[in-house]
Design a protein around this ligand. Structure first.
Ligand SMILES: Cc1cc2nc3c(=O)[nH]c(=O)nc-3n(C[C@H](O)[C@H](O)[C@H](O)COP(=O)(O)OP(=O)(O)OC[C@H]3O[C@@H](n4cnc5c(N)ncnc54)[C@H](O)[C@@H]3O)c2cc1C
Length: 427
């Protein structure tokens, strides 16, 4: 069977890319290695209202557990910054049900979905896929031969374009020689009984409890929260321990245990035990190239995650729509060369690259601050004028908008004191 587009990975990005390819006239196959969509989950499920919209979904009881309107940002010394967005800013979702809703939409659009089907390589000759030869002046592309294990049995699937939406450990990226994200933050999280002060707010804990990134509590309701953290391996872990999830003095698990047992705020509200346990890696920094002959990468596979929050659903869905459209158009035109597919790379970077770049600078700056510096920074931002600006312009998908507004809203002296010359380097 020959397809126009085969999408590897039925996460939010794969289902969205597949749907957009089908909407643009392609015959599409969506592969998922697991026997169930949305499982296992490697996510906190905190999605901005914009992220849900970007996926063309309306918030629904089918996948939304809770709505949040702000955050309490806790300094290491116990003071906190109350950021109240005054209206729903994000949803706490069941990622399993969210991913399933997106897969259903893809199937409704005509996408063929194949579970228990793992992509395991390209057949040799497909390295020439998309290179294109001129025949009567027309560009032609040879198909990609994707090797899969369907229910454990080997098969080869022929397609014009493969979209690798196979997550942070993307095999498609490595088969296509596109490399891997330079940095992957190991993340760990439990869902547990936790008495929230206010279940309309998430809690964030930057500082030494999660070196290089932050810890969080995200309420499902007033009794249960997702409590987790992610780390910057270079800052937190001994060399060689990077991404190790498990016991050990410097492992993410040991940091989580310390957070639960030693952070006075969390210790007081956490009643012990867990209802769910999640581990996963967050790619930081996009790949230099997200296309090759007959191949595109989207979502975590392309490192499109936001470096400030670790969220990848909004950015991934944004890129997925472009990937689906360009893949379909290229396949139907009969030109799937790297040159033709590079349009995808150009378009997604046009929409996201600047924000990811600013986000990376904020990530690197914040991650290196000592606890004492964070105490001072959070203390100095706690003024009515700054909090009002954060309320008005705070945006988890576009942090640069807030930084710019803060700089030019009469707070610049205070900000310069708090951030030094760093803010100037952002723009
Ligand atoms: C601890 C943690 C918390 C997070 N919290 C948030 C959050 O609150 N909000 C947010 O927006 N983001 C969050 N993220 C990031 C978010 O989970 C990812 O950015 C998002 O899931 C990326 O979607 P994706 O479709 O690219 O990849 P994935 O969701 O990882 O989906 C990839 C799919 O591909 C399948 N697959 C892999 N290899 C193959 C293969 N060879 N063949 C077939 N199928 C394959 C996998 O089984 C999987 O279903 C978090 C990540 C972590 C680790």
């Amino acid at each position: 069977m020959k397809y126009d587009v085969v999408v590897v990975g039925a996460g939010p990005v794969g289902s969205t890319a597949a749907r957009y390819a089908a909407m643009n006239g392609a015959k599409v196959l969506l592969l998922e290695e697991h026997s169930s969509i949305g499982s296992p989950v490697g996510c906190t499920g905190l999605l901005s209202t914009r992220a849900v919209e970007e996926c063309d979904l309306k918030p629904s009881d089918e996948f939304v557990f809770n709505s949040v309107r702000g955050a309490f940002v806790h300094a290491p010394d116990g003071q906190y910054l109350p950021i109240d967005g005054k209206q729903t800013k994000a949803y706490v979702v069941s990622r399993k049900n969210f991913d399933r809703a997106l897969a259903v939409m893809a199937v409704e659009e005509g996408v063929e979905l194949s579970l228990k089907t793992r992509a395991v390589g390209f057949e040799k000759e497909s390295s020439e896929a998309g290179t294109g030869t001129k025949e009567n002046g027309t560009k032609k592309s040879s198909p990609v031969k994707l090797k899969v294990l369907r229910n454990g049995k080997p098969e080869t699937i022929s397609t014009s374009v493969v979209i690798g939406a196979d997550g942070v450990k993307s095999r498609i990226a490595s088969y296509a020689g596109l490399g891997k994200p330079a940095r992957i933050l190991p993340g760990i999280q439990i869902e547990a009984p936790y008495a929230s002060d206010d279940s309309d707010f998430v809690e964030l804990f930057p500082g030494s409890s999660a070196p290089g990134f932050f810890a969080w509590t995200v309420p499902l309701d007033e009794k249960v929260s997702r409590i987790g953290l992610a780390l910057e391996p270079g800052l937190a872990l001994e060399p060689g321990l990077a991404c190790k999830i498990g016991p050990g003095e410097n492992s993410p698990l040991s940091y989580l245990e310390k957070l639960l047992c030693s952070n006075p705020h969390i210790k007081e509200r956490y009643s012990g035990g867990m209802l769910d346990f999640v581990v996963g890696g967050i790619p930081i920094g996009p790949l230099e190239k997200t296309f090759s002959d007959g191949v595109l990468l989207a979502g975590d596979a392309a490192g499109q995650t936001k470096p400030t929050s670790g969220g990848g659903v909004y950015t991934g869905a944004f890129a997925a729509k472009i990937a689906g459209k360009i893949a379909a158009e290229a396949a139907l035109e009969g030109d799937t060369s790297a040159r033709r597919l590079s349009e995808y790379d150009r378009l997604w970077r046009k929409g996201l690259a600047k924000e990811l770049e600013v986000g990376m600078k904020i990530h690197d700056y914040m991650g290196k601050l000592e606890d004492s510096q964070l105490n001072e920074l959070i203390g100095s931002l706690n003024t009515p004028s700054i909090l009002n600006t954060i309320t008005e312009y705070g945006d988890m998908d576009h942090p640069s908008v807030l930084m710019r507004k803060l700089m030019f809203s009469g707070n610049s002296l205070r900000l310069m004191k708090a951030f030094g010359t760093f803010v100037k380097t952002l723009f």
